[in-house]
Design a protein around this ligand. Structure first.
Ligand code: ATP
Length: 214
């Protein structure tokens, strides 16, 4: 049987319940064998994370411990280059069976920016793309993506077939939490309890992360 593997990248600075709920819901809905959270080393599209790669990785590891099918994949942190998705996909593909299905999970906003990604038109050679969309969203794809969507999208994500090549949408209401909000609360000495797993919170406190002086 081909495996079904989802990948969900992010800075995870720090990982929080928004990421985790979303990942778990996609994994269950799609019946994935694995959903890998992939912390990025040097995000090409944004400023440097506030804490070290080692700390971000340790927090994601704590968050998914004992929670299959969620897993951590640290390949982008081992690479001494920008974390382009195409590199990650090629690297993953080299380890998988040809028939294994790969699903790149991205939010609608990120999807709209796809044409600015490095070698973006090769992405579908390696994976399917699952776009997370809010049920109440009233968004139209940018002109540059319309042809791609017309050619490659299918309405039912459960009908995606083969190792890659197609795009589908999962309608999901994200929890109203962000890493920015958590960093701001911590820097001002406020509680972030219930916004992230207790084990992650203990790590943050034990290592003195995200304090105003950091
Ligand atoms: P920041 O506030 O620092 O920008 P963030 O909370 O958005 O961080 P990222 O690490 O940038 O987290 O996000 C990684 C992935 O998780 C992205 O695809 C992003 O769209 C998604 N994501 C972020 N917050 C949520 C949420 N509350 N629910 C579902 N997905 C989320």
């Amino acid at each position: 049987m081909p495996k079904k593997i989802g990948i969900f990248g992010g800075t995870f600075d720090p990982v929080h319940i928004g990421h985790l709920r979303s990942a778990l819901e996609v994994a269950e809905f799609m019946a994935l064998d694995e959903l890998r959270l992939i912390p990025s080393a040097r995000p090409p599209h944004r400023e440097a994370p506030q804490v070290s790669a080692r700390d971000r990785l340790a927090m994601v590891e704590l968050a998914v411990a004992g929670l299959p099918p969620l897993r951590v994949d640290d390949r982008e942190l081992k690479r001494d280059k920008p974390s382009y998705s195409i590199d990650t996909l090629e690297s993953l593909r080299s380890e998988l069976a040809a028939a294994d299905q790969l699903f790149l999970i991205i939010g609608w906003d990120a999807f709209c920016g796809l044409p600015s990604w490095h070698r973006w038109n090769e992405l579908l050679e390696h994976c399917h793309i699952l776009v997370l969309q809010r049920p109440d969203a009233d968004s139209e794809a940018p002109e540059t993506l319309r042809n791609l969507l017309a050619a490659r999208s299918i309405s039912d994500p459960l009908s995606l077939e083969g190792p890659g090549g197609q795009i589908s949408f999962i309608w999901q209401t994200p929890l109203a939490v962000s890493a920015t909000q958590i960093r701001t609360l911590l820097a001002s000495g406020k509680s972030v309890r219930f916004l992230l797993p207790d084990a992650v919170l203990s790590y943050i406190h034990a290592h003195g992360l995200y304090r105003a002086s950091n």
